[in-house]
Ligand binder design. Structure first.
Ligand code: AMP
Length: 397
């Protein structure tokens, strides 16, 4: 079976054609600059072949046409015809409280995604454009929406409610939703497979350019660090993470800035990027800077690991103990120094790293010492596989 997984942004669209049973990726790539000019990057993992092309992409429909064109291309393609693609799975940012699971796309599902635009104003419209482009270019092909928020819908009210007046929850659905749910769900499933049981207290640290932590009990989300939007939680590449809202009021009043300007500042110009003095949001640059004695880079890295550690402590308390700690995503999978800094001082919780194992990167492995009470794993995340599996399951119903 071949499933096309689509992650559509406002001016970009990522794709993977994959086998939902084996996880094999036949081809993957990226359309960029949609609505501007258009550029396609296409890779075939089996041969290592990479193709880059400038192609006009005035809308997402031309981008999808370009993707299908290269997938069936006699020279660079991996299928003889579009008929070989069984179904399409879409990553959708916000499913509100309505979607606790993935859904086969029909008019009602599309309307529900539209209804969630106020909650995901940047992403949901782009996700819808990707869905509608596929409907135009591949009419009749089953399509499935997989929501970044769905895994978190098992949180209890004490975790998802904000302590603000009821009317904002009742009328406007303002609550914690959380994101990276497809990644956290993959990790929850994979941990159960690797440990041979699912009755576990797990904390997953998804640490990438965007970062979130998730407290998981018996395979279900109990709490997560992002909130109504993805700005909450630990500091990220360019997002501030948790800040006292008084900071917002102060900056607005003192610098005569609008709320949108302050939000741009908190989303795009903050995080480790800001703490490094604007040097970089990339942890590789920060580590190189810290090695050269740059104090701002050192602080950025210290702040990041300190806040992640605090969430680990908080979630261990919320879960009533800890069995498994997982690191995933770009920094979690490839950053031994960050992992060591997060775990340093968590011996009281039963976390003991094996420095030699932790020095490795980019593969599935246990990095805790044999006598560590908590098993610490590095697990490369695979959101596309979850999307492909859900798409297979729902399109066959
Ligand atoms: P993601 O958003 O999951 O793709 O993660 C992207 C981030 O992973 C980048 O911004 C880097 O900071 C980080 N990263 C990738 N490779 C490494 C590495 N070898 N060492 C440290 N950080 C890395």
């Amino acid at each position: 079976m071949k499933i096309l997984v689509i992650n559509a942004g406002s001016s970009s669209l990522k794709y993977q054609l994959m086998d939902p049973d084996t996880g094999d990726v036949f081809a993957k790539g990226l359309c960029e600059r949609i609505g501007i000019d258009g550029r396609l990057t296409h890779k075939v993992p089996a041969t290592g072949k990479k193709v880059e092309k400038d192609l006009p992409m005035p809308t997402h429909s031309e981008a999808i046409e370009a993707v299908l064109g290269i997938l069936v291309d006699p020279e660079n393609g991996v299928v003889a015809s579009v008929d070989e693609i069984d179904a399409v799975g879409h990553r959708v940012l916000h499913g509100g409280s309505k979607f606790t699971a993935s859904c086969l796309i029909d008019d009602a599902c599309k309307q529900a995604i539209r209804d969630c635009i106020p909650l995901g104003p940047l992403h949901n419209p782009a996700n819808l454009m990707g869905i509608e482009a596929c409907q135009t270019v591949m009419p009749g092909k089953p399509q499935v929406a997989v929501f970044d928020t769905a895994f978190h819908m098992t949180m209890p009210p004490k975790a998802y409610r904000y302590a603000i007046p009821d009317e904002y929850y009742d009328n406007d659905s303002i609550r914690r939703y959380g994101f990276h749910g497809t990644s956290h769900r993959y990790i929850a499933q994979r941990v159960a497979e690797l440990m041979g049981r699912s009755d576990l207290r797990v904390i997953n640290c998804h640490l990438g350019n965007g970062s979130s932590l998730c407290a998981i009990k018996d395979g279900q989300c109990q709490d997560t660090s992002m909130g109504l939007g993805p700005l909450a939680g630990v500091p990220m590449g360019t997002r501030a993470g948790d800040v006292d809202t008084t900071v917002v009021q102060y900056i607005m009043n003192t610098y005569n800035k609008s709320i949108d300007e302050v939000f741009t500042l908190l989303n795009k110009k903050s995080g480790v990027y800001a703490l490094s003095g604007g040097l970089s949001s990339d942890f590789r640059d920060l580590e190189a800077g810290a090695k050269d004695g740059n104090e701002k880079c050192k602080l950025a890295l210290e702040k990041f690991s300190y806040e992640v550690k605090k969430y680990v402590g908080a979630y261990a308390a919320a879960l009533g103990g800890l069995d498994v700690l997982v690191f995933t995503a770009g920094v979690g999978e490839n950053g031994p120094a960050t992992r060591a800094a997060v775990c340093d001082g968590l011996e009281f919780l039963g976390v003991k790293l094996d420095p030699e194992k932790n020095a490795q990167r980019g593969k599935e492995m246990i990095i805790s010492a044999p006598d560590s009470k908590v098993t610490v794993w590095v697990i490369p995340t695979n959101e596309e596989l979850v999307i492909a599996q859900d798409t297979k399951a729902l399109s066959q119903q």
